[in-house]
Design a binder for this molecule. Structure first.
Ligand SMILES: Nc1ncnc2c1ncn2[C@@H]1O[C@H](COP(=O)(O)OP(=O)(O)OP(=O)(O)O)[C@@H](O)[C@H]1O
Ligand SMILES: O=C(O)C(=O)C[C@H](O)[C@H](O)CO
Length: 346
């Protein structure tokens, strides 16, 4: 894996780019109304990646947009305490986006409400940010399918920064995370994502997201079979198609996370152009918080590639990190490299 990304991925800062959201967590029974209390967490898919990488002692920086007020200053201080370099944060606009998610529910559910219209990030437009400054010292740029789902302007900003990062020979990763509540501006993922994914060297997601966003077909009866061997075969086919259609892409990773009663069955796959690696399978009958498990997997992949770990080592680290996240309340992981490595299934 060491030579997978030839452009010196290990030399500089890893910049995660995306919208910071505060997660507000009402309980399902409405007790929050009597208690006058609403728990919250600092979230945002790409911030979860930046948080994990900083915790794992890699040089992690974050680009988002926040309004110029005291609350933003407090949040920036909080991120800096987590060793995230917030120098790139763009201070402009009116508000910080929110999402409400009923405690114990996941993002696919009706329990998710976005309140992020007119946020500072959503107000970004091409031509506003000095990307040369933001990308100075950066060797890895990470973004996700959430940003281009916000508005045409934000999708255009993504294209702008991706072009600038490519011109600087920066390694680029993307998480194809699909959020059905977004994409409300008249465009579907398939209209937008291929033009952005073409810049990526590492693509992470799942086979259904690749179908929806990139038009890479999944066998229609694959879900009915429910068989791991069939899912892995689909992962191989999907990954091969992606690599043949997107010449910059050198590796594709897929997660398989299936609900099993109150719990989850989880495994993952990584294709590096030669071989499909599959992880150990993790099964649990109870989870604490599903939010951010995919982000933690993404961070684990970046950690492995950045440190030139072997493909299987990278995959097992990322999978263990993502699985551990299921038992942590909040959006980002709190597990160290040591804890994650020790928890890798033997
Ligand atoms: N259309 C589908 N049919 C069947 N299973 C699916 C489908 N879409 C997603 N899944 C399963 O759900 C899992 C989680 O998908 P999801 O899109 O929520 O991942 P994610 O966005 O990475 O999660 P996270 O919120 O942790 O970041 C996938 O790994 C896959 O196994
Ligand atoms: O859904 C979003 O836009 C978020 O960023 C909220 C969560 O942090 C994210 O979905 C977790 O992957």
């Amino acid at each position: 894996m060491s030579n997978l990304f030839e452009n010196g991925a290990s030399k500089g800062t890893i910049l995660s780019f995306g919208e910071l959201l505060l997660r507000i967590c009402p309980d399902a029974n409405g007790q929050w109304l009597s208690d006058n209390q609403l728990p919250f967490f600092v979230g945002g898919a790409e911030l979860n990646v930046a948080t994990a990488l900083a915790l794992w002692e890699l040089p992690s920086a974050y680009f988002t947009a926040l309004p110029d007020n005291e609350m933003s200053a407090q949040i920036l201080g909080y991120l800096q305490n987590k060793k995230i370099d917030t120098t790139p944060v763009f201070i402009r606009g009116d508000r910080i986006g929110l999402y409400y998610l009923t405690r114990g529910k996941d993002i696919k559910n009706n329990a998710l409400i976005y309140d992020r219209a007119n946020s500072a990030f959503a107000a970004l437009k091409p031509g506003q940010v000095d990307w040369d400054k933001v990308l100075d010292g950066v060797s890895w740029f990470h973004f996700s399918a959430i940003c281009p789902a916000i508005s045409q302007n934000v999708a255009d900003v993504c294209a702008e920064v991706l072009e600038a990062a490519t011109a600087r020979n920066i390694t680029i990763s993307v998480d194809l995370n699909y959020r059905s509540r977004l994409w409300q501006y008249g465009k579907q993922p398939i209209d937008i994502m291929p033009q952005l994914v073409k810049y990526a060297n590492l693509i992470m997601g799942n086979i259904w997201a690749a179908e929806r966003m990139l038009g890479i077909a999944v066998e229609p009866d694959v879900t009915e079979s429910g068989q791991k061997s069939i899912y892995l075969k689909e992962a191989l086919n999907s990954s091969k198609s992606i690599i043949s259609q997107y010449p910059k892409c050198k590796a594709v990773a897929n997660t398989f996370r299936f609900d099993a009663g109150e719990g989850i069955d989880y495994y993952t796959a990584l294709y590096n152009g030669d071989h499909l690696y599959s992880s150990k399978q993790y099964d649990t009958d109870k989870v604490v918080d599903k939010v951010g498990s995919g982000d933690c997997f993404m961070a684990g992949l970046i950690y492995g590639f950045y440190n030139n770990l072997d493909p299987l080592e990278t995959l097992e680290f990322a999978t263990s990190a993502a699985y551990q996240k299921l038992f942590i309340e909040g959006d980002a992981t709190t597990k160290t490299v040591n804890e994650i490595t020790k928890a890798i299934k033997q």
